[in-house]
Design a protein around this ligand. Structure first.
Ligand SMILES: [Zn+2]
Length: 749
């Protein structure tokens, strides 16, 4: 990190003299100064004079959390970092907070300025990319003194610039010039930062509908209410629910939101009691098993996190669950999504609240309490400062929560965020180099899987189920499928084996516990609680039996059926509503389970479409399949073998976009007159090319585009509408929010 530098004051000696004369109201100062040797003048007068004038004393470049003068508040030197040393990422909305000081005689009002943004190319050449005006209110008071916590804790005490995400990447040099808004320039200051790392939030949504009882805990004697019927949320809802994660995490502004197949139709209430103290509930285990199977049918991609998005209103005990690479909670719950995908990245709980076993490596940032985020955070959508004395890490059970120094560091270069470096050379060069290593069997989407060998799909027998208290395994699904074999869980000492006629082991894999103490659900990591498991046994041949074995011998066995499974006569007919009706004929034992997969690359790779189907057909809802020509196939599982059908081709019609508002959030309260972000979720739409996006605030069109910034309207209730039109149709979304006047929130005139 290059140090901040001032403009060279000695270059402006005459200017300083003029100001000194002006300040003193006479020419005496000039006469005194003229007789001094220049060096004495420079050492003595100029530097000291600067303290009488408006000057920039620091520049904090922050995206969600940052160090700035850390020694002023962190008492343990080990917790401190240099200014702006928390890694900044490319393509993310960035705030530059300029700290200013005024003369010794009093506050200087109306200090404003501009920010020049430059990017380095070819290793040495700086080119201008933008000159920015400050965010509303656009001016700041330059005071003689302001204590650290007050100044840092409120953006009203700094002059703030927002660097748009499309501008902020590479090696970036930013120079602020403080002015009085007219001719006079007070001071300049420069900071150079490294934003060469680009990371992407990549979620594969599994959209869940609910048709079932209002509660699992019906009271005897009280009539049962009619069942709930809740439609699945949309992919745009998933993106909107991710807004907080996109802001808090070190990822670029544009996430990758894709859908892992059709709506998962769920029928069991999730408010059933835990199986035992500290254990998961039976229905949560079953839902996680269904989500895990969908992930397996999708190839178990390792550069995404899968997310089961539940409809708002579904009966819930614990709000959400997360296991390695997979999370689940209700649509619209942005805080829980951030937390549960945290488990997806492998994070444990952190020590605050009733969080159970917690991450022993989480540091205490003295003087703050356990699980403090450790520095000042900033929510770039609202300018809200998250102070370390009152904000807890988002993996804890204390509130309010935000990104901590600790988790931020662990998210840098995380494989599930697809990290890539962009140096002064165009990133395409690197990209082309990687392409040379492309492997045919890799998965094509989300893109760039050839960068990691662990993405390579292998033919496996996926065995999933629940191990009950006391160690008794219950197998729920056996599926032979191509998938990545990475499992982020804990090995248990149990083994799953494929055996031949004489009982000899043909192939073997460890049984991995998916729900662990870090896994949400309030599950304890001890052997007295039930847990969800999965094992990927290499599918080397049909074999004669599958077994689960522990230290004490065989715990479970299943023998091959007399006749292997069969599936044929697959048909796929498009429906009027954009859905696709897939039907088949099959023989697959007494309790068959069918999966449907789709390919767009001639069968090289397969995506999940439907899982957990028990009948001889399924209606795939609109949106689950990409528009255009798609090939489908059916997998029939009989609990031991899997039959794969021939492929059938279907033409999926284009459809209207799915849209939602990411910011502001429904029912949010915001400061009137501040900078307000309008941010749309339009997954799958090429925003630059074929979409018209308009924002209507209280009946008046105020902005256009996927993201826009306006001044928050005056105090009161407001209605915001998002209108999107593409070549395939129109869609709209709306939120209501409230603005309030905040004392001291802007400079008094
Ligand atoms: Zn949790």
């Amino acid at each position: 990190m290059a140090p901040e530098t001032h403009g060279d004051p000695t270059m402006h000696r005459d200017d300083w003299l003029a100001r000194l004369a002006e300040a003193l109201g006479s020419d005496d100062a000039r006469r005194v100064a003229e007789v001094l040797p220049r060096r004495v003048w420079d050492d003595w007068a100029v530097e000291r004079f600067r303290f009488w004038w408006v000057r920039a004393t620091g520049m904090e470049v922050t995206q969600s959390i940052q160090h700035h003068q850390a020694h002023q508040h962190l008492t343990d030197p080990a917790d401190r970092g240099a200014d702006n040393s928390v890694r900044l990422v490319a393509g993310k909305t960035t705030w530059v907070r300029v700290y200013v000081r005024g003369g010794i005689f009093g506050t200087v009002h109306g200090v404003t300025g501009r920010l020049r943004v430059q990017r380095r190319i070819l290793g040495f050449l700086w080119v201008d990319v933008a000159t920015l005006s400050p965010l509303a209110p656009g001016t700041v008071r330059a005071r003689p003194f302001l204590d650290y916590a007050t100044e840092r804790g409120n953006v009203a005490h700094t002059l703030n610039f927002r660097v748009p995400p499309e501008t902020f990447w590479g090696n970036v040099r930013m120079t602020v010039t403080l002015t009085d808004g007219a001719r006079r320039e007070y001071d300049t200051r420069t900071v150079t930062v490294d934003a060469t790392l680009r990371q992407t939030l990549r979620l594969r949504g599994i959209l869940v509908s609910y048709n079932g009882p209002t509660t699992a805990n019906a009271t005897p004697g009280i009539p049962t209410p009619p069942p709930l019927n809740l439609a699945a949320p949309s992919l745009a809802d998933l993106q909107a629910t991710s807004a907080r994660a996109l802001r808090a995490m070190p990822v670029q502004a544009w996430g990758s939101f894709t859908q892992a197949g059709a709506t998962l139709a769920w029928t069991r209430p999730l408010d059933d009691p835990r199986l035992n103290a500290g254990g998961c509930s039976a229905n949560w285990n079953l839902l996680l098993n269904a989500l895990t199977n969908r992930r397996t049918a999708d190839g178990n991609r390792t550069d995404v996190v899968y997310y089961g998005l539940l409809p708002s209103g579904i009966p819930l005990g614990v709000p959400g669950c997360g296991i390695g690479g997979l999370g689940s909670a209700v649509s619209g719950d942005q805080g829980t999504l951030l937390h549960e995908i945290g488990h997806g990245y492998g994070f444990q709980h952190t020590p605050c609240g009733a969080a159970g076993a917690t991450d022993p490596s989480y540091p205490t940032y003295e003087p703050y309490a356990a699980a403090s985020i450790g520095e000042y955070g900033l929510d770039t959508s609202t300018g809200a400062v998250l102070v370390p004395g009152a904000t807890s890490d988002y993996m804890s059970y204390c509130f309010p929560q935000w990104m901590s120094l600790y988790q931020h560091r662990r998210l840098i270069q995380h494989a599930r965020l697809d990290p890539r470096w962009e140096n002064d050379q165009p990133w395409l060069d690197t990209y082309r180099e990687w392409r040379k290593y492309r492997v045919e069997e890799d998965l094509p989407y989300p893109p760039d899987p050839w960068r990691r060998a662990d993405m390579r799909a292998q033919q496996v027998i996926s065995v999933t189920g629940v191990v009950h208290p006391g160690g008794r395994p219950e197998v729920l699904t056996v599926a032979r499928v191509a998938a990545s074999t990475q499992l982020d869980g804990r090995r248990t000492g149990l083994t799953v084996s494929l055996r031949g006629r004489g009982g000899e082991v043909l192939a073997q894999a460890p049984l991995v516990r998916l729900t662990t103490h870090g896994g949400g659900c309030g599950c304890d990591d001890d052997d007295t609680s039930s847990y969800l498991f999965q094992a990927f046994v290499p599918d080397v041949e049909v074999g004669d039996a599958l077994t689960i074995d522990g230290d004490a011998g065989e715990l479970w066995v299943r023998h091959a059926p007399e006749e292997p499974a069969e599936v044929h006569h697959v048909t796929a007919e498009p429906g009027d509503d954009g859905s696709t009706n897939v039907r088949w004929e099959a023989h697959a034992g007494k309790e068959p389970e069918f999966w449907v997969q789709a390919t767009q690359d001639g069968g090289r790779t397969w995506d999940a479409v439907a899982t957990g189907v028990t009948g001889d057909g399924v209606v795939v809802d609109a949106g689950a399949l990409p528009a255009g020509a798609v090939e489908l196939r059916v997998l029939a599982h009989d609990g031991f073998t899997t039959a794969v059908s021939e492929t059938v081709r279907v033409e999926v019609p284009a459809r209207a976009p799915s849209v939602a508002i990411m910011h502001p959030v429904d029912d949010q309260t915001l400061p009137a007159g501040g900078a307000l972000q309008l941010w749309a979720a339009v997954p799958g739409v090429d925003v630059g090319r074929d979409a018209e996006i308009r924002w209507v605030l209280d009946g008046h069109e105020v902005a256009a585009g996927e993201e826009a910034w306006v001044e928050a309207p005056e105090a009161g209730a407001h209605k915001l509408e998002l209108l999107v039109r593409t070549g395939d149709g129109e869609a709209a979304a709306g939120v209501t929010f409230t603005t309030v006047a905040i004392e001291g929130g802007s400079e008094e005139s």
